[in-house]
Design a protein around this ligand. Structure first.
Ligand code: FAD
Length: 582
């Protein structure tokens, strides 16, 4: 069953089109938003059409439901209009009893995210205290059936970039309220911790360290929830060895779009397990996760070195991720158009050779900075340099540009928080973040770098640009995450912050137009580049993103969220679309 059939279904006239209600934040109000005219026109036409054809449509919907899925006949309101259904739904929600609470006021926080460009106001926010709160609300919305447009979005820490955790006129479930039961640790040969999906990774780190343990795979920033990163992948400098975070989960508890509570793993309900990992919140709400742990180190040797030639840089990075004896963390970033080494990181790193380092001048050339880390414990500190020196001696960085730092394991993992604190003080954390993350196959990386850094991106004033390779062989197959076909691919992350009201190179318009150029090049099919934290506006683009995996993704949607209730902010399916085709 494909998306093309879906688009032609007459039932869809009833469904809201999310793509029309995406309001970029820099527009002053909802009514002035670009695209709204189109929305009003389309919606206006629908209303006229509906008024004229109400009876016929209702009969059609009713017959369709009868023929297709008798469960729908259980809906309490089969003959009401969508507007009445919504108001009945909302008053019923207000009457429902939860262990937590549901609120209908002060919802602005749920219409915001880190990207700070999309603001979709929900009708209600559920603050769940138990899994049964979540299953009750999903069961209720599911029972409303095809005649309701009510949607539900789980919100982790709201650090999405383009409204992915928002639900226009829907219900947002604030997962951070779900902190029960307490984290439960299991030591032994294969240690793990059971956590609530609303838990922040930083809290898991602190609790694990009390037991001498740690999760293996991370993101660069730890104020993100387990459910939020597992719905994407969770990629950082450990992923070359351990795979992304979705590889390091033994078991999940999930509430599906039908309101069923299901435990899943590689052995049990495997299809749902794989669907949910990297599943963009489409198949169920993760309520608990069993995270793999390993013994924790105490210290980290953190190293940076510069390259002026991309081929050498890439060769060394690929060498490091393929060696058995290597660093514990491998990343890198790009420095454009800087004279000398005008990077604030120099203050916290010491040059190996201070005299020669001071003489180095980049003359504004494009530079590539390798970033690696080796974990160790204090009792190994006398020998750590002997472990690291042979690894470094195999690399071809500019010899005068080797910088080192020694930090605690916690401070290394929580490094981005230091910048967060500074940026918050300066009022620069809550600015728009037009980020763009791409996964580029190794076979195309040189072409990509030549085009993008030769012709499109001329400076890095907007924010860091990360670039590092990972091994696909270490990544779990069968999940919903889409990656390039090559065995090795690069994560390239353009992490821009837009300065409010700037019309210059650090302004939103400039960065968005640059992203558009990068995307327009990257979307050439022969390149096989995929977006990470993907964002698309049309079903055709989603189908192209998933490629041959679209059928599986679509089938899983039909199985686990047939009314397309969940995670509407991803804009993949329209409410009721999958159900209508069952
Ligand atoms: P949200 O933004 O709240 O949700 C994300 C999506 O998941 C939404 O669609 C939501 O509906 C869904 N969702 C949330 N919780 C659940 C749940 N329990 N069950 C089912 N669906 C759910 N990513 C990386 O991979 N590597 C990085 O190094 C990295 N660094 C980052 C640094 C910063 C400063 C920021 C802001 C983001 C970074 N990210 C990184 C991206 C991050 O992983 C995603 O933005 C992630 O979605 C944010 O998690 P969250 O908990 O805020 O989720």
């Amino acid at each position: 069953m494909g998306g093309k059939q879906a688009r032609s279904s007459p039932i869809l006239i009833w469904q809201g089109t999310d793509s029309h209600v995406v309001i970029p934040s820099y527009t002053p109000c909802l009514r002035c938003a670009p695209g709204l005219e189109k929305y009003e026109m389309v919606f206006g036409e629908c209303l006229t059409f509906i008024r004229q054809k109400t009876r016929a449509l209702l009969i059609l919907v009713f017959l369709h439901s009868f023929m297709i899925n008798r469960e729908y006949l259980c809906s309490n309101h089969p003959f009401a209009t969508p507007q009445t259904i919504e108001s009945i739904a909302h008053s019923s929600l207000a009457e429902m009893r939860f262990e937590g609470s549901i609120s209908f006021e002060n919802l602005e926080f749920a219409a915001r995210d880190f990207g700070n460009r999309y603001h979709l106001m929900p009708s209600a926010v559920l603050h769940p205290k138990s899994v049964s709160d979540i299953s009750s609300i999903l069961r209720y919305v599911y029972d409303l059936g095809l005649s309701s447009e009510l949607k539900v979005a789980a919100r982790g820490h709201g650090h999405s970039l383009e409204g992915q955790a928002q639900a226009y006129r829907g219900v947002v479930i604030s997962m951070e309220s779900l902190r029960a039961p307490e984290m439960s640790f299991h030591c032994g040969e294969h240690p793990y911790v059971d956590v609530s999906a609303g838990e922040l990774w930083i809290n898991i780190l602190h609790e694990s360290l009390k037991r001498g343990l740690t999760p293996r795979s991370w993101t660069d920033y730890l104020r993100l929830t387990v459910g939020g990163t597992l719905s994407n992948a969770g990629i950082s400098g450990q992923a070359f060895r351990h795979g992304p975070q979705i590889n390091n989960v033994y078991q999940l508890q999930v509430v599906t779009g039908r309101g069923e509570v299901v435990t899943c793993s590689d052995e049990q309900n495997t299809d749902l397990f794989h669907a949910v990992l990297g599943g963009l919140g489409q198949f169920g709400i993760i309520t608990q996760a069993r995270i793999a742990l390993e013994p924790a180190p105490k210290m980290v040797k953190w190293i940076r070195a510069l390259y002026s030639d991309f081929s050498t840089f890439a060769r060394d990075q690929e060498h490091l991720i393929s060696s058995n004896n290597s660093f514990d963390y491998v990343e890198g970033f790009i420095i454009i158009n800087r004279t000398g080494l005008l990077n604030n990181w120099r203050s916290s790193f010491s040059p190996k050779d201070p005299i020669r380092a001071d003489q180095f001048n980049s003359d504004g050339k494009l530079l590539f900075c390798l970033e690696v880390a080796k974990y160790y414990n204090p009792r190994e500190s006398d020998n750590i340099d002997q472990d690291i020196d042979p690894l470094l001696s195999e690399l071809s960085y500019i010899r005068s540009t080797l910088y080192m730092s020694e930090v605690s394991y916690v401070n290394f993992l929580d490094r981005v928080h230091v910048s967060e604190v500074k940026l918050r003080e300066e009022g620069l954390w809550e600015v728009p973040h037009p980020w763009l993350n791409l996964l580029v196959p190794r076979s195309r990386i040189h072409e990509f770098v030549a085009e993008v850094f030769g012709n499109i991106v001329k400076d890095t004033s907007g924010g860091p640009i990360l670039i590092y390779p990972v091994n696909k062989a270490r990544w779990k197959s069968g999940t919903s995450l889409i990656t390039p076909d090559d065995d090795v691919f690069y994560l390239i992350a353009f992490l821009s912050s837009a300065m409010p009201s700037s019309a210059g190179k650090d302004g939103l318009e400039h960065i968005l137009s640059q992203n558009k150029k990068i995307l327009s090049f990257s979307q050439r099919p022969y390149l096989g580049i995929k977006q990470y934290l993907p964002h698309y506006s049309t079903e055709e683009e989603w189908e192209a993103h998933f490629g041959p995996h679209w059928e599986v993704f679509y089938r899983r949607k039909l199985s686990y969220d047939p009314l397309a209730i969940l995670a509407p902010g991803q804009r993949i399916f329209r409410r009721g679309i999958a159900y209508a085709l069952q």
